[in-house]
Ligand binder design. Structure first.
Ligand SMILES: [Zn+2]
Ligand SMILES: [Zn+2]
Length: 304
């Protein structure tokens, strides 16, 4: 378990006193980055081509410019494009489509008609979902499909850094007024974990406690837990199955190993992709049965 502790008052005052130093540090780093870009252009994390990312092209800098404006107020599509242009070439950056309103407030599906306000989709209107609300960073097509595929099947784990940060920004925006206690990456079966060597959902959230500490957002404590929920069944990949088939295939595939840790808790499930929502619902059902107060879902990508 990873605890995320807030900065105490003493730390906060020492942090403020370091601001001028931080300013010069950032200015020096920007100058160094510009100089370095002339000699060594940035390499697109998605397609691998070299491109000029300008003075901003340094993915280790992301955390530095996450002001309150970036985290909470600026339009999400702007922040997303600004962040991605630091690590993906202009052609790849164009391939990412953010999930924006109007969308379904429960399952988070974005309506292709771009007029009007959020409203329930026919599926959520017709049946109760096991989770409270689900949201995603981008549409699961072109750019996001390539990212998820390279992350999961080509072990390009460096992609988890910028895309995990985008998820953290969305997390701050959507859950700041709706706190969660525990963030649970959707678990893989131990056989799949062994063969892949990592859980992509965990990689996407592992830096969140650090981002939270540095930005002081969101204004509540949360911890990441990888030992409450387990995947008990090994199923074949669910690609090509419809929602009903997926629901049947995944029924009972998750179990809560330590129910006392889930009881009375507000939980956020994190995964790479939301397609039919069958995985999220199976996890949410298991956690609710164990006494969780609510289970929400955040994914990197979502189908339309
Ligand atoms: Zn590219
Ligand atoms: Zn819906």
């Amino acid at each position: 378990m990873i605890s995320c502790n807030r900065i105490n008052e003493k730390d906060a005052s020492s942090f403020l006193s370091q601001k001028p130093l931080l300013f010069f540090k950032r200015a020096a780093r920007r100058w160094m980055t510009s100089f370095r870009n002339v000699l060594f252009p940035s390499r697109c994390l998605v397609c691998g081509i070299f491109y000029d990312a300008g003075a901003d092209g340094d993915d280790t800098d992301f955390i530095d410019w996450m002001t309150e404006e970036d985290l909470i107020k600026a339009p999400f599509e702007q922040v997303m494009m600004r962040l991605l242009s630091r690590c993906t070439c202009p052609a790849c950056t164009k391939g990412f489509v953010p999930i924006l309103s109007p969308l379904c407030p429960v399952c988070g599906v974005m309506f292709t008609g771009r007029q009007g306000t959020d409203h329930l989709c026919p599926k959520c209107d017709a049946e109760l979902r096991a989770f409270g609300k689900a949201r995603a960073v981008g549409v699961y097509e072109e750019g996001m499909m390539t990212v998820v595929h390279r992350l999961k099947y080509k072990s390009k784990i460096q992609l988890a850094h910028p895309f995990g940060m985008l998820m953290f920004i969305l997390f701050c925006r959507i859950w700041s007024e709706d706190p969660v206690d525990i963030v649970i990456p959707v678990p893989l079966h131990r056989r799949r974990l062994k063969s892949r060597g990592f859980n992509q959902a965990y990689l996407l959230v592992k830096d969140w406690p650090r981002y939270s500490l540095i930005s002081n957002k969101p204004e509540f404590e949360f911890r990441i837990s990888g030992d409450i929920l387990i995947r008990t069944r090994w199923e074949r990949p669910q690609t090509g199955l419809n929602r009903k088939e997926r629901m049947a295939a995944i029924q009972g595939a998750f179990a809560v190993k330590k129910p006392f840790l889930a009881a009375g808790k507000r939980i956020l499930l994190v995964d790479d992709v939301h397609t039919t929502g069958a995985t999220a619902e199976a996890c949410a059902e298991a956690l609710t049965k164990a006494g969780a107060l609510k289970v929400d879902v955040l994914t990197l990508a979502r189908t339309l």
